[in-house]
Design a protein around this ligand. Structure first.
Ligand code: NDP
Length: 312
């Protein structure tokens, strides 16, 4: 890139992108705010390793772009003109982007959310790699395979939407979704109902006593934002679950959440959400390159970036 100083910590504005010349193949993540994102370090670490085997990748570079919600369309048009091969979308753009693209993968369309765009003949096509990231993460970290699993999912926001859809598409044995707000829970259940061809989807109030129908050996997934901050309470008590259960907390940061500490105390398998971020990144980079992506390099890049972020 010329016309700008590009370091891994740089946050580009739309004006920066308009002024700069991008050599090679640019990629980016759009969000607002975006300064905290570790996606550039994660992707650039994987690309560096890929470049060792195939020099073409030495000219690929992943950037971070601050895109306010009202300027998403403008940013997409500009990046298409500048030849950005791939774009990741994070808060608050995953749903709104559907107003700006025509071609959307059927799973992303069913979810109503897109986190990965690939430029084809001047236009962006959309996918969602969050569900794939979740399924790969729980298999790798907890040894849980979704087909046949009993899943207790906490939360009804964007993350829960992708995870719930993936559980149903992968034929989980049951999916119980608990949320604090009844309205948001109903919205999510309505959205997922078309994917529930076997009648395995149920909802419950997270503030009420837990339903007795929850499987004692379930995969418990925290997709609420409780756990992001060190003093946060746990979203669920684990008394009803046996050591055969497992806990996946989609939050990640400098500390271990209370939910994960409780799981450790009870001898349950547990993991935080960094692996979901890594695996969704792997899938996005596969979509952009069509090549095998080195997961280990991506994970190391993510871990190093997180350490640096937490040290600030
Ligand atoms: P949303 O804002 O869309 O949803 C937030 C969810 O958290 C809602 O269900 C909300 O419930 C619930 N919640 C918030 N505060 C409380 C509380 N005090 N008590 C109970 N429930 C609460 O956020 P996202 O879905 O985008 O993100 C949720 C979490 O998932 C975040 O921590 C985020 O970091 C993580 N995430 C991780 C990813 C990964 O790759 N590891 C990817 C995406 C997200 P209500 O409806 O009642 O408000």
């Amino acid at each position: 890139m010329t016309g700008l100083d590009s370091t891994t910590g740089t946050v580009l504005t739309i004006e920066d992108v308009a002024r700069a010349q991008f050599d090679g193949v640019p990629l980016a993540v759009f969000g607002s705010p975006i300064a905290h994102s570790i996606s550039p370090q994660m992707h650039n670490a994987a690309l560096a390793q890929m470049a060792a085997a195939d020099p073409r990748y030495a000219h690929w570079h992943y950037h971070r772009v601050e895109v306010p919600p009202a300027r998403l369309g403008e940013a997409l048009t500009l990046c298409a003109e500048k030849g950005f091969r791939g774009i990741n979308l994070t808060l608050p753009h995953k749903v709104q982007v559907l107003d700006h693209i025509e071609a959307v993968d059927p799973q992303a369309r069913a979810l109503g959310a897109v986190n990965t765009l690939r430029l084809e003949n001047g236009h962006y096509h959309g996918w969602n790699s969050d569900g794939y990231g979740f399924e790969s993460a729980v298999r790798e970290e907890l040894g849980v395979v979704l087909p046949g699993a009993h899943v207790v999912l906490l939360g009804a926001g964007g993350a829960a939407r992708a995870i719930g859809a993936q559980c149903l598409l992968s034929r989980c044995a049951s999916l119980h979704i608990g949320n604090r707000s009844a309205e948001r829970l109903t919205e999510l259940l309505d959205l997922l109902r078309p994917l529930d061809t076997r009648g395995v989807l149920h909802g419950f109030d997270l503030a009420a006593p837990l339903p007795v129908s929850l499987a004692p050996d379930a995969l418990i997934v925290n997709a609420t934002s409780l756990g992001l901050h060190p003093g946060d309470p746990a979203p669920i008590a684990l008394d009803a679950f046996t050591p055969a259960a497992a806990v996946y907390d989609t939050t990640y940061g400098s500390h271990r959440s209370l939910l994960l500490r409780n799981a450790l105390k009870r001898g349950l398998r547990s993991a935080n959400g960094l692996s979901m971020l890594v695996w969704q990144g792997v899938r996005s980079l596969e979509i952009w390159t069509g090549a095998h992506v080195p997961v280990k390099a991506m994970r190391t890049g993510a871990e190093e970036a997180l350490l640096l972020r937490n040290a600030r």
